[in-house]
Design a protein around this ligand. Structure first.
Ligand SMILES: C[S@@+](CC[C@H](N)C(=O)[O-])C[C@H]1O[C@@H](n2cnc3c(N)ncnc32)[C@H](O)[C@@H]1O
Length: 425
């Protein structure tokens, strides 16, 4: 691969994929994204394109934009489609951000209606971090785990849409992406799901891909967050000669997850980040103080339990607790028990507890995004309705919790970089 990397991100979220590739020095050329949650794709736009609206869209009226948006299946919670009348009730400013984000990032929006016909050719890497909700053990315990069973209608079964899209590309005579990258939870390998996963690898084989998967943890890539994940690289080998295919196989065949960690750790992209580097506890900074205050819950019995029962990352006196090297997985909610950890904090507000949970900014940072990325996201935060912001706190935390640790992705993309070097020889 030359230094330009043409990508398509399915289930693109806030674009941890593009971010990681940029960090590895690639000039990322996004040929397409696919995300139906308007909060996530507007944040993507603010991070990867611009927090400012393009001139042409800034001048457009609401009716004109709504007409354009009619053909899309949008969601405002990432779970189900939203009604058009809800969209119609949004402020003009937020409607503008929606259309700007769709157009600027070539967002196909709903993966179920994306066809092979619409897909671009010349894709180096296509990523698909499909929803994981139906793979969780919690779901299995309650007996409502549909897993990724084909046609089950579960959110995780959107995986098969990826196969359909690739198949349609092939049927249409289009060149398939050179590499695919899957990310999900390691539960995919559990008894309940393993046959489906095997079938998926077989389907990919039928399309011309050879696949290798690895269980990796974000904490092994310099990021202080415990987040075990399953990642799979698929290489399109159909167009290669025997000798090249052998090279690819011998590159991966004996490779362990530890090798992936070690190779990245000895690269120039690795650096170790400490918890204290990511906590924003300098309360002389008015912005951080304000953000901290907003994450201070009321002093109730259940909230005190949150403080008592979860890691205390910062102790009284604003001292970072030396007991922790990594924090727990950043999930989609922090004001709950259990959460990723809490910090001693006296907001000075009557009735509030003496602690706070992680701020949305800190959640972004623990996923490997930067202060600038976060500032860009909130730079343009219009009201969708009177007194309701486009990005309330819980939506920001959910976006971070749904994303992929950028450092973990750097680690796995680094393998593609190494393989390309081998193939160029
Ligand atoms: C695990 S998250 C992936 C996040 C992404 N990797 C990132 O960096 O933020 C899965 C994403 O799939 C999106 N999604 C769910 N159903 C979808 C659909 N039908 N079409 C497009 N995106 C969908 C969700 O909104 C969510 O953002």
């Amino acid at each position: 691969m030359n230094q330009t990397c043409n990508i398509v991100e399915l289930f693109s979220g806030i674009g941890s994929q593009a971010k990681a590739l940029k960090n590895l020095g690639y000039k990322v050329n996004t040929l397409g994204t696919c995300e139906w949650d308007l909060h996530a794709f507007i944040a993507y736009d603010a991070i990867h394109s611009s927090p400012e609206l393009p001139e042409t869209i800034a001048r457009m009226g609401k009716a004109e934009i709504l007409k354009k948006l009619e053909s899309y299946t949008l969601s405002n919670n990432g779970k189900e489609k939203m009604e058009f009348k809800t969209l119609r009730s949004y402020s003009e400013e937020s409607i503008r951000r929606i259309i700007a984000a769709i157009e600027r990032n070539k967002n196909y929006v709903d993966v179920s209606s994306l066809t092979g016909d619409q897909m671009p050719e010349g894709v180096d890497i296509l990523t698909y971090s499909f929803p994981c909700q139906d793979l969780s053990n919690v779901g299995a315990f309650h007996g409502y785990n549909k897993g990724i069973d084909k046609n089950s209608g579960s959110r995780s079964s959107l995986l098969w849409q990826v196969g359909r899209i690739l198949q349609e590309m092939r049927d249409g005579g289009k060149a398939l992406p050179r590499y695919l990258l899957m990310e999900n939870v390691p539960t995919l390998l559990a008894e309940r799901h393993k046959d489906n996963f095997k079938k998926w690898i077989e389907d990919l084989k039928g399309l011309g891909y050879i696949s290798y998967y690895f269980q990796l943890n974000a904490s092994n890539f310099g990021l202080p967050q415990n987040r075990p994940r399953l990642l799979m690289i698929s290489v399109f080998i159909k167009d290669y000669d025997e000798k090249t295919i052998e090279k690819i196989k011998s590159f991966f065949d004996k490779k362990s997850s530890k090798d992936i960690v070690d190779e990245y750790a000895s690269s120039r992209y690795y650096h170790k980040i400490d918890i204290k580097d990511l906590l924003r506890i300098d309360y002389n900074n008015a912005k951080y103080r304000e953000e901290a205050k907003e994450c201070t819950p009321n002093d109730t019995v259940s909230r005190r339990e949150i403080w008592e029962e979860n890691p205390q990352l910062v102790l009284k006196g604003n001292v970072v607790n030396p007991k922790y090297d990594v924090i727990r997985t950043i999930t989609t909610k922090q004001d709950r028990n259990p959460n990723s950890g809490n910090l001693y904090f006296d907001s000075g507000i009557n009735g509030r507890g003496k602690f706070r949970y992680l701020t949305p900014r800190e959640c972004f940072l623990f996923m490997g995004f930067t202060d600038k990325d976060f500032d860009n996201v909130i730079k343009n935060n219009p009201e969708i309705h009177k007194n309701i912001k486009l990005f309330p706190r819980d939506k920001l935390i959910r976006m971070a919790g749904n994303s992929i640790p950028v450092k973990l992705l750097e680690g796995i993309f680094y393998q593609i970089k190494l393989l390309d070097e081998v193939l160029e020889k």
